[in-house]
Design a binder for this molecule. Structure first.
Ligand code: 5RP
Length: 265
């Protein structure tokens, strides 16, 4: 692996081989979604605990301080909205020149396997990988399910992750599911987990994150279950402990409760 690619990946993935990314890209199709109305305010207290920030160029320029930024994973696909016809109809939106200008450590785009736009999104992934590899920029493929959340099972996610890896993604983001080792075992590149819509309790979040880590994930790209929570900083600290300190679910719950009781937001 060339120095630039290795260096960029090592800025994001920590020496223990794990990572905790904070995605705040949701506005690119959801608009000012709950708790992300002012992204700069939402992310400010969370930035010290993030190994990477997944964000569009618009929010990066407007809301992220250049002096106080974790490595950036730039969201470079889009073109749809939650009120539009089909969330899967995405294209590439951001040039590689822009990625370099913004000093991003990686880029991320969604692929929609099984959708009407499967072919377009996969060919776009191939094009993005072709361009980014020229400059040593890792591509993170996001295995998106659109509005069909019930697609989140090991068979479907395993298929999507494997295809994204075959197309050259250096990292794949997917959802946790039952039998998550079927997903990680079939994917030859590192897998990070997203959370999807908010879970009912923090215990549920810690349980799936712990399970996913035991079953081969290298970390998280977890958004709404952090920043839509009433106590995002305690959530972030507890999750970091699972990712980087091998904490159990019980340990994580203890950290969360202590942080919350000590006034952590
Ligand atoms: C949105 C994304 C998000 O980055 C990803 O889904 C993670 O966020 P969450 O944990 O809220 O699902 O790609 O399209």
């Amino acid at each position: 692996m060339d120095w630039g690619m290795k260096n960029r990946l090592e800025r994001l993935i920590q020496p223990d081989g794990h990572c905790m990314f904070l995605p705040v890209d949701h506005g690119y199709f959801q608009g000012p979604t709950t708790k992300l109305e002012k992204p700069g305010e939402t992310i400010k207290p969370l930035i010290p605990f993030a190994d990477g920030l997944f964000v569009t160029r618009g929010v990066l320029r407007a809301c992220v301080d250049t002096r106080n930024s974790p490595p950036i994973i730039l969201r470079v696909s889009g073109g749809t909205s939650i009120i539009g016809k089909d969330l899967a109809h995405e294209s590439l939106t951001t040039s590689v020149q822009e990625v370099l200008r913004l000093n991003a450590a990686a880029v991320g785009m969604s692929v929609f396997v099984g959708s009407d736009y499967e072919h377009d999104s996969l060919v776009n992934l191939g094009k993005l990988v072709n361009e980014c590899e020229n400059y040593g920029i890792p591509v993170m493929a996001v295995t998106a399910v659109g509005k069909e959340l019930e697609k989140r099972d090991a068979r479907y996610l395993g298929l999507s992750c494997r295809i994204a890896a075959e197309f050259g993604a250096r990292v794949v983001k997917t959802y946790w599911c039952e039998d998550f080792d079927r997903v990680t075992n079939g994917c030859p590149v590192p897998v990070v987990m997203a959370g999807g819509p908010r879970c009912e309790t923090e215990l549920e979040v810690f349980e799936f994150v712990y399970d996913g880590m035991q079953k081969g994930a290298i970390g998280l790209n977890l958004g709404r279950n952090v920043w839509q929570h009433a106590h995002p900083v305690p959530m972030m600290k507890a999750l970091r402990a699972i990712i980087h300190e091998n904490a159990s679910v019980k340990d994580a719950l203890g950290i969360f409760t202590d942080e919350k009781e000590n006034g952590g937001n």
